[in-house]
Design a protein around this ligand. Structure first.
Ligand SMILES: [Zn+2]
Length: 57
């Protein structure tokens, strides 16, 4: 049920891989995107595309 997110999935030549099993991992992925690639990925958008379950209250 849980998955992995990689930068390659988002079109980057980057080996960064993170296991998505919590909101924390999404935040870490977003932080990596911002810090390493200079792209501001809204957490909500990551969540809705990768892990909709977490969006539920
Ligand atoms: Zn990356």
């Amino acid at each position: 049920m849980y998955g992995k997110m990689t930068c390659a999935d988002y079109g980057f030549e980057c080996n960064f891989v993170i296991e998505v099993n919590s909101q924390d991992s999404l935040e870490q992925f977003g932080m990596h995107m911002t810090q390493i690639h200079g792209i501001d990925y809204p957490k909500e958008s990551l969540m809705s595309s990768v892990y909709p379950v977490l969006c539920m209250p």
